[in-house]
Every structure is written in C-alpha cells, then in structure tokens.
Design a protein around this ligand. Structure first.
Ligand code: SF4
Ligand code: SF4
Length: 106
C-alpha cells in the first residue's frame, strides 16, 4: 500500500514578504537581542525597533529573512507559519497593498 501524498502547504515563509516582521515584537526577560535593534515604546515597553517602512530592523531586506534568527525573540519563535495570526497578517497586508494599486480605466 502506498502512502498518501502529503499536500504542499498553502502558506510558506519562503514565498512571503515576512509580513509578521511588521508586527510589534515585545521583548521578554530572557531575550538576548542587541540593544541597537531595540527601542522603548511611549509606555516604556522594550520592543524590536522598526524601520520607516514598518519592518523590524533585524530583517535582512535582501533575502526577507531574520538576520538574528538564532537569537530571535521568544515571541518570534512562537509565531506559527500558516497559523491563524500568520494568515490574518498576510490577508491584511495583501488587502492594504491591493488598495494602493491604481485602477486603470480602459
Ligand atoms: S510566518 Fe507567516 S507571515 Fe511570517 S513570514 Fe512566514 S508565512 Fe509570512
Ligand atoms: S527579530 Fe527576526 S523574526 Fe523577529 S520580527 Fe525581527 S526580523 Fe522578524
């Protein structure tokens, strides 16, 4: 009896603009992130700093992957590819950018 083929995942980080790396990443005790990549919110909460386009400053923008992957914060480690939150932020991102594409009258 042959094994049932496994369906390929419909969501993959390798085909994503790392949109989860635009979310606020709160740093927890135990996180070991270089200080120059972090900032404090107005409320004094330590978070990953973000660039002017909204992405975490630890993103490797050439490859759209985490440049501190081995020491990334705990919250990033828990974020599940293809999970509900991943799908939600991808949907929101796609909708936002779709809105920025001008409609053409023909
Ligand atoms: S976890 Fe989800 S949102 Fe984040 S890079 Fe992977 S596919 Fe994209
Ligand atoms: S630390 Fe890495 S995984 Fe976490 S948001 Fe920044 S770039 Fe993404």
């Amino acid at each position: 009896m042959s094994a049932r083929p496994v369906d390929p995942p419909d969501v993959e980080c390798s085909a994503c603009d790392a949109v989860c790396c635009r979310l606020t990443v709160v740093l927890l005790p135990g996180d070991r992130v270089p200080e120059h990549l972090t900032e404090l919110t107005d409320e004094g909460l330590p978070v990953m700093a973000r660039d002017e386009d909204g992405w975490c400053v630890a993103i490797d923008s050439a490859r759209m992957c985490c440049s501190i992957y081995e020491t990334r914060p705990a919250i990033c480690r828990k974020f599940a590819m293809g999970g509900p939150y991943c799908r939600e932020v991808r949907e929101e991102y796609a909708t936002h950018y779709a809105r920025e594409i001008p409609l053409l009258l023909r």
